[in-house]
Design a protein around this ligand. Sequence first.
Ligand SMILES: *Cc1c(COP(=O)(O)O)cnc(C)c1O
Length: 420
Amino acid sequence: MQISDSIIRLAEQAETALVPHFARIDRIAFANTAKVLDAFREHRVAANNFDSTSGYGYDDKGRDVLDRIWADVMGAEAALVRQQIVSGTHALTVGLFGLLRPGDVMLSVAGKPYDTLEEVIGITGTPGDGSLRDFGVGYDTVELTPEGSFDWAGIEAKMRQYAGHLKMVFVQRSKGYLNRRTLSVEEIGGLVAFVRAHSPDSFVVVDNCYGEFTEEREPCAVGADLVIGSLIKNPGGGMAETGGYLAGSRRAVELASYRLTSPGTGAEVGATMGQNKPMYKGLFYAPHTVAQALKTAHLAAYIFDALGFRVEPAWNEPRYDIIQTVITGSAEGLCAFCRGIQSASPVDSHVTPEPWAMPGYADQVIMAAGAFVQGSSIEMSADGPLRPPYTAFFQGGLTYESGKLGILAAADAMLRAQKK
Ligand SMILES: *Cc1c(COP(=O)(O)O)cnc(C)c1O
């Protein structure tokens, strides 16, 4: 890999400035690793937990123990961790349909939820396809304030409007691909207290994607009823081959399990087909892997800020998710950024990413991904829509060293594109 000396020197300068931030990340990873190991010890994980089942998967001890370990690590009463959950969107769908009934209302209080949930809720999509809306579930939203905090008065007004029907208060922790702040677990705890005080019969449900292990606590620990995410993001540690999880109160997880399989059977079925070991190993690695991704994101913020690009979050801000945005300012800049990331990936480094018209998106999108697990975004990846201001969304990095090489290659590619 050819990287110019000026960028190598910039990286050295960045790492000196980032020492206290990296130390903070290491402390969080240490605390979370201790929590994971405590749960492994408490539940006496042994080699036979990795045994495989087929068919119905009755009495899969490894699966049941992993659920209990996951619950402990999340600070929850119960959890459902399954390879039969195909994605984050599927896990969220299981949670929403598990809890909501005809006549209920779901209120999203951090603005609109992640794009893929729009068709699940019935905001977009084809009537009759089986969205929540088709089943008579109402939906409304409250935006965050311009400062990016909860709009308490707005939330309270909606609670009064939907009194008796408000079954779910929904919040997305990460900014995802929106232009807003990521919420901390402490802020989500404030929301839980507010909901308990004003609408005690409502479930608080958190889309936790990209947030896991970036702090010492997860939203279950501050009282959220159901917390949901993907195993090919943070909590799979880069080891899980597929899957998703839901964690929270015993009743909420039970209701979700009835939706994932069927009422009555719930969590008692589901063959693991050899996937227990990568899921255990992934949870073991996850605090460390997330730390690698966080350090890579801090480094990216420092380097691109120094090169004159606008970045979010800033290099010296604490983070509650692993996403870093870089405003590249031009189509060529965005493509160069993605080319650099791709060229430093362990898989498909020879491939040149090109913009394409992805179904469901108004503008062309470019993506860089060279991961061991297809679509995994705890592994280094970048993408962005080809429209002003040409923002690159960057996340992941299984090791800081490889993440750093990706960032240096991206910076180098962008500088060369500018000189042309
Ligand atoms: C990735 C993501 C999802 C959806 O997960 P998929 O695995 O892509 O279906 C939902 N919400 C947030 C905040 C995400 O980052």
